[in-house]
Design a binder for this molecule. Structure first.
Ligand SMILES: C[S@@+](CC[C@H](N)C(=O)[O-])C[C@H]1O[C@@H](n2cnc3c(N)ncnc32)[C@H](O)[C@@H]1O
Length: 202
């Protein structure tokens, strides 16, 4: 079994080297993030976490959804990603936290929703880590697992095949979520996006 700090180091090395040109590699993704956030049903005044926020690409639409009275918190483990977020001015839309989403410095049920783009495949213990995300969300709150490209298109880009044990396949993700305090309510996997929405069980 890998030690937790090995996972941290791996994530920080992998994403640290990609942070500086992260946004310029995918310059056209903005509308897909906005469309995904729009489907979360956020309301003015809501409190939302962007888990594994990277350069904060989701922060402008999250802020627009919750308004000035809402709370937007954005957590990432990789300092270089948060530095790029600041350079892009995204700290204007949310509070950036250098934090591990597998052990969040947040109170139980303190949020209405969690948005997580491109995160789940990088978690060391997806079932346990989804329990941690459930801990900080109120019953009835929302989880959005998003990627601005579908599973098949992503696999093709990375030169690999999708296997039946893929974590994000609906037949795996549904049971994974329900064993972690979430009910899968919507699942879309098409070339232009992956979006799974779940509700925190009471
Ligand atoms: C594929 S990137 C996606 C970044 C951003 N959400 C986006 O859509 O552009 C995954 C991000 O998750 C972060 N990450 C991975 N594991 C993490 C953890 N345990 N806690 C916090 N952030 C983590 C990485 O540092 C990286 O910035």
């Amino acid at each position: 079994m890998r030690h937790m700090s090995d996972d941290h180091t791996h994530v920080q090395e992998f994403f640290g080297s990609r942070a500086a040109d992260w946004d310029s590699r995918f310059p056209d993704d903005g509308p897909a993030y906005a469309a995904a956030v729009a489907l979360m049903g956020l309301r003015a005044g809501d409190r939302v976490l962007d888990a594994g926020c990277g350069t904060g690409r989701a922060l402008p639409p999250l802020r627009a959804a919750v308004g000035g009275t809402g709370v937007v918190v954005a957590a990432d483990l990789t300092p270089a990603m948060l530095e790029a977020a600041v350079r892009a001015g995204r700290d204007a839309d949310g509070q950036l936290l250098l934090a591990d989403v597998t052990a969040l410095p947040l109170r139980p049920e303190s949020l209405d929703a969690v948005f997580a783009a491109g995160l789940i495949a990088h978690l060391p213990d997806p079932a346990g880590n989804l329990v941690e995300l459930a801990r900080v969300v109120r019953p009835g709150g929302t989880l959005a697992l998003f990627h601005p490209i579908g599973r098949a298109a992503l696999a093709a880009r990375q030169g690999r095949q999708i296997t039946a044990d893929d974590l994000r396949a609906e037949h795996n993700l549904g049971p994974l979520l329900s064993g972690s305090g979430w009910d899968l309510t919507s699942y879309v996997d098409e070339d232009a996006r992956f979006l799974a929405l779940a509700v925190r069980r009471g």
